[in-house]
Design a protein around this ligand. Sequence first.
Ligand code: SF4
Length: 223
Amino acid sequence: MTLFDAITTPLPRRLREGLDRIAAAMRADEWGVAEEAGLTPTQLHALTFIAGRGEAGMRLRAVAEHLGVTQPTATDSIAALARKGLVTKLADPADKRAIAIRVTPAGCDVVRAIGLAMTSAERALETLTPQEQQTLLDLVIKTIRALQKAEAIPPQRLCVSCRHFRPHAHADAELPHHCALVDAAFGGRHLRLDCPEHDPAPPAESEAAWSLFAHHDAHQAGA
Ligand code: SF4
């Protein structure tokens, strides 16, 4: 053991501390973007989450789960968004007794404007090379998946857990993966973290796809 092994905090702890600093900058960004749109960060998250679900809308419970807040907090945020005319509550087409929350055209305009706003975190990430950005995306996906498996966060709509994902289906190093839904090849840089068309794969299928995806990467790194 070297001197620095003895005096340095464990690497996962320092990584968490570093990510905390980045998260603080991202929270400040979110406050700025939300304030400009006249929303709180929770309302902003709820609006962008519901917008991503399109015409089908979302049930209140799903919104609360995604945001990691209680149902009363989610109810307050949805009520505020409804008062501002950004969301509307309608009967859920899948269950007439249930209520689905949908984004209005005015809400879509706000989401579009927010999506165009470049944040300081994005500007910092742009300083990484394209290869570094792709490597970071892989690591972020791996970490999100581990959090999901530990049930520390609700299920996320990642390509790697989608029944349409075919990892390393093509010999093309630039576009090795395949999305069976749109029948098209795509690259590691295109992997999605929140795809509106995500359809969860059964657990065994998801594990097999992950194994193919992750082992291939390990093999490439060792080659
Ligand atoms: S449908 Fe979406 S999540 Fe599924 S593989 Fe295609 S792009 Fe990825």
